[in-house]
Design a protein around this ligand. Structure first.
Ligand SMILES: [Zn+2]
Length: 659
């Protein structure tokens, strides 16, 4: 608390520092000048000791030239401790919403909204990176030069506003209680930390003055924004408020405490648990725990019994995160509820059991695999979440360059032709195909897929699972679905000549066909089709595009360090002698791996006249490659190096994936 107060007081003392003069005070509650935000950027200074300077803080220009500031200090907070410690170290300046008035006037509303978005979507960007992204966006939207230069200033300021990773964040309950649930829902904001009369609120677009005033009025707190993405806030609101509303019910449940006693006593506890397992508070608790895990994209749910309490943990991005601790008396009814859902034997408490639950979340089916093992303090449960939609991404989220995304979308708008996605196993082909299919769904067409296996369930799409055992093969299924009047066909994989032939024929008779092939790069897909026996003249007119992709592991944001790159590597990859690259050093958060998450890199080959003329038997992939490169294709390695330049991945990882 002290630190925040000091911060605010400091602003008062140095009110004449900054790019903007103090504006007229409009709110008597706030003892601050409104717009000192852009000034006295002392936290960026090299050798900043973590103390707020007491006097005469000279302004440091926000021109991004201050390279001594390490990107490690920017970025994402995952829990309250991190947020608090950042505040205390003074590394992040929080953004008082009251300052937005003059800033907005100067930079323009649109520009600020864009800046917020760029910052929440790319939380690890430093100011130079944020500015670069803004420049691209603004120049496309036709903003004038003045707006762009202001945007640079805004980017500089925003890079000091923490972005909260709400998926892993447990907000302070005292803060959550400050704002009623319906209001949090309506404004799509979530209070996460309250210290004194300062309330830190996660917001996606903290630009709405009316919202700010409402929150301030209702909570009687000064509101300070922490950025988070819109979707994350929505999920977090649902989760946090649900937990707060049911904790009262759970506390008041009358349950006998478990004590090891006679067999008779134990029987009584179990039968009581079975009754409770069917009652509302337990039913709600278990269903909240399950749906919360799904919405946070947890891969596993652990229910871990202890001596007096039991703990619920989620595995998110490979890390176990504690989400709730409940009194142990609640364990038998909770486990009982899970057994009921999974149709397991509820009277068996001494032997391990396995089971399955199928739940539906937002219309998508999700399989839960349950393993229950008796332990010394009660039954321990691990639930594996097989969310078929967990990896579902939109095309925008896959990581395409804007120009390539436009080229790909152009392919998707066509009414006929084959679009191939290639890459080794585990390169994210299916994710991309489904993202593409989701775009096509919007065009209100009849889409049929033939798959083995069906990896995701899609709305408004007829999905067919092939079954070799009953001789329901790809070619057989395809011949049938062609009589089912499809506009778009997805073929899980082209493995044989017959499948490829039907795909080509369908494409030439007015269908848009998606499929995958196992080749290392895009040009090789053309070679492979010819090797499979498809006539070159058919390929020329049927294939409209090939996307090759790889998944690369992204650097852990918590332990980024400069990656050593030797001279030979620099020469080979045509890198500048002073270009800086980053890698993860390995820390607790990434379990020493240096990685967190994955991202796609790709190359997109679009069939054009020059390329089509070259497609023939015996032509090598290099010839196709040269032709495609000549017409705007960026190769996998080139796109990879571009990504490495942003600091998101290491050069070594790019090298591993595509050299
Ligand atoms: Zn790390």
């Amino acid at each position: 608390m002290i630190q925040i107060k000091q911060h605010w007081r400091l602003r008062c003392e140095h009110e004449n520092i900054g790019f903007f003069r103090p504006a007229t005070m409009t709110d008597p509650d706030i003892e601050l000048p409104h717009d000192v935000l852009l000034g006295d950027d002392f936290s960026r200074r090299p050798g900043h000791t973590g103390e707020w300077p007491s006097q005469s803080t000279a302004p440091v220009p926000l021109d991004g030239s201050d390279a001594a500031f390490s990107p490690l200090q920017m970025g994402v907070v995952h829990d309250l401790d991190q947020l608090q410690s950042l505040l205390q170290q003074g590394i992040f300046r929080v953004l008082p919403l009251e300052s937005m008035g003059p800033l907005e006037k100067s930079a323009g509303h649109e520009c600020l909204v864009d800046a917020f978005r760029a910052r929440t979507l790319h939380p690890m960007d430093d100011s130079a990176e944020t500015a670069a992204r803004l420049m691209v966006q603004l120049s496309k939207a036709g903003h004038n030069q003045h707006a762009v230069s202001q945007a640079l200033l805004v980017a500089g300021v925003l890079s000091h506003v923490p972005v909260a990773e709400l998926m892993e964040f447990e907000p302070q309950s005292q803060a959550v209680e400050t704002l009623p649930a319906d209001m949090a829902n309506r404004l799509n904001v979530l209070p996460i930390l309250r210290e004194g009369d300062v309330l830190m609120v996660a917001m996606a677009e903290p630009m709405d003055a009316e919202h700010q005033h409402l929150i301030r009025f209702v909570t009687q707190c000064r509101v300070v924004a922490v950025l988070a993405t819109k979707d994350d806030i929505q999920h977090a609101i649902a989760r946090c408020y649900a937990m707060h509303s049911d904790s009262g019910d759970l506390e008041s449940l009358a349950i006998s405490e478990i004590e090891t006693g006679s067999e008779e006593e134990e029987m009584r506890v179990w039968s009581e648990a079975e009754t409770l397992a069917r009652q509302a508070p337990i039913v709600r608790l278990v269903s909240t725990l399950l749906s919360d895990a799904v919405s946070r994209r947890a891969s596993d749910i652990h229910i871990r019994p202890g001596q007096k309490t039991f703990e619920v943990l989620y595995r998110i991005n490979g890390t176990l995160v504690s989400v709730r601790r409940l009194r142990r008396a609640l364990l038998p009814p909770v486990v009982g509820r899970i057994k009921i859902l999974a149709s397991m034997n509820s009277s068996e408490h001494r032997l391990p059991q396995d089971g399955r639950i199928r739940i539906s979340e937002n219309g998508a089916g999700i399989d839960l695999r349950i393993s229950i093992i008796p332990s010394q303090f009660g039954e321990s449960v691990v639930i594996r979440v097989l969310a078929r939609t967990a990896d579902m991404r939109s095309l925008d989220a896959i990581g395409f360059e804007a120009s390539d995304l436009a080229r790909l979308r152009d392919l998707l708008r066509r009414s006929m032709g084959i679009v191939l996605v290639t890459g080794p196993t585990g390169s994210g082909k299916t994710t991309t195909l489904y993202a593409a299919l989701q775009e096509v769904v919007r065009q209100n067409v009849n889409i049929i897929t033939v798959e083995d296996p069906i990896e995701y369930e899609l709305d408004n799409v007829i999905q067919i699972q092939v079954n070799p055992v009953i001789d329901f093969s790809f070619p057989k299924a395809l011949r049938h679905i062609l009589r089912h009047d499809p506009d778009v066909i997805l073929i899980g994989e082209m493995r044989d000549y017959e499948t490829a032939k039907i795909a080509v024929e369908s494409a030439l008779t007015g269908h848009l066909v998606f499929s995958t092939l196992h080749t290392n790069d895009a040009p090789s897909a053309l070679v492979r089709l010819i090797e499979m026996g498809v006539e070159p003249y058919l390929i020329r007119s049927a294939v409209i595009g090939v996307l090759a992709q790889r998944l690369v592991r992204t650097n852990c944001p918590h332990c980024r360090e400069i990656e050593p790159v030797d001279t030979l590597m620099r020469t080979n990859l045509d890198l500048g002698p002073d270009e800086v690259f980053w890698r993860g050093a390995g820390c607790d958060r990434c379990h020493g791996t240096g990685f967190s998450g994955r991202q796609a890199i790709y190359e997109l080959l679009v069939m054009d006249k020059q390329l089509a003329e070259r497609v023939d038997i015996g032509v090598s992939a290099d010839v196709y490659r040269d032709s495609a490169l000549a017409s705007r294709m960026h190769s996998l390695p080139a796109n990879g190096i571009k990504l490495a330049r942003t600091g998101a991945v290491s050069l070594a990882e790019i090298y591993r994936a595509c050299m």
